[in-house]
Ligand binder design. Structure first.
Ligand code: UTP
Length: 292
């Protein structure tokens, strides 16, 4: 019988080289989009699905993440004294969640980052959210994946159709359409060339995984680019059980990349009730200037 998903792993141990020099000594996952760090969007997305236990994989220069999710006594007192109720609510909003931090000693791949959480996950299924993949807030992607996990009692990967010119940035699946938006996966490959890609269905940063992935990760070595890839472990898991993909059709931003980050910032600012009006006017003004 399928088990409930109560835990999420958020890998945040990567080097963030696409965002240098900003990420030289600060975590990419703490870069703000409008007024919240990227990683908080992922935490809030998981919490909206009932997940309240978080395992964050950190690394060198990532301490700011732990401080962000800690309570802030002095700041809270100061906001209380000055009557800034709304801000107080905002910073307390995540206080009831539980966070554990595991340090990945070297940034040697997403598969390795997930493997670091093995002692904390034990025998339960869990969600994985990559916080630099921003899913438009309010979207039900993770909820749909959890429901699909309950239906199939199998790992579920989020998929998105991407242009072939971008396919070599992703893990890519070969699969059979099971029903609307659902694929049964036959094979997967990490960062294939455009000509060898088995499809245009890329794996994006949301997963529901089962604990047997750890047995595979126990025995896996470096793959493409010398990294330990989650995609390679999932390929190994396919010999033991079925894996399904859920096709996401909403808005996603690869905010680990400068252009994706800027797009996310503009779109989310346009949806933020406190600034959308003035920001829209500014965008129109900039666009007019570009035309002239
Ligand atoms: P990315 O593929 O975006 O890698 O990782 P990166 O190192 O962060 O960034 P670039 O490519 O060098 O610019 C996706 C997620 O997986 C985590 C990252 O922190 C990010 O949240 N990750 C990646 C780890 O936790 N450990 C790793 O060894 C690699």
């Amino acid at each position: 019988m399928e088990k409930l998903i109560t835990k999420a792993i958020l890998p945040a141990g990567g080097l963030g080289t696409r965002f240098l020099p900003a990420t030289k000594a600060s975590p990419k996952e703490m870069l703000p989009i409008v007024d919240k760090p990227m990683i908080q969007y992922a935490i809030e997305e998981a919490r909206s699905c009932g997940i309240e236990e978080f395992i964050i994989i950190t690394g060198k220069y990532k301490r700011a993440i732990e401080d962000h999710f800690d309570s802030a006594f002095e700041l809270e007192e100061s906001l209380k004294k000055t009557g800034k109720k709304k801000l107080l609510e905002d910073i307390r909003r995540l206080n009831n969640l539980s966070f554990a931090y595991i340090r990945q000693k070297a940034a040697i791949g997403l598969g390795h980052a997930i493997h670091c959480a093995k002692p904390y996950v034990k025998n339960e299924p869990f969600a994985v959210l990559l916080s630099d993949d921003i899913i438009e807030p309010g979207n039900s992607l993770l909820k749909s994946m959890i429901n699909l996990y309950k239906e199939y009692d199998s790992p579920i990967l989020a998929l998105q159709k991407v242009p072939l010119s971008e396919i070599s940035k992703y893990g890519v699946i070969d699969g059979v359409r099971e029903k609307e938006n659902v694929y049964r996966i036959n094979s997967l490959v990490e960062k294939p060339s455009q000509s060898s890609a088995p499809s245009d269905m890329a794996i994006i940063g949301r997963y529901i995984l089962t604990p047997d992935i750890f047995d595979i990760l126990d025995g896996i070595g470096p793959g493409k680019g010398g990294e330990i890839h989650l995609t390679d472990a999932l390929f190994g898991l396919l010999t033991k059980r079925q894996i399904y993909g859920y096709v996401f059709t909403g808005n996603r931003y690869d905010a680990g990349d400068k252009l994706g980050y800027l797009k996310a910032t503009v779109d989310l600012a346009l949806k933020n009730p406190l600034i959308s009006g003035q920001f829209k006017e500014y965008i129109i003004e900039v666009a007019r200037g570009l035309k002239n």
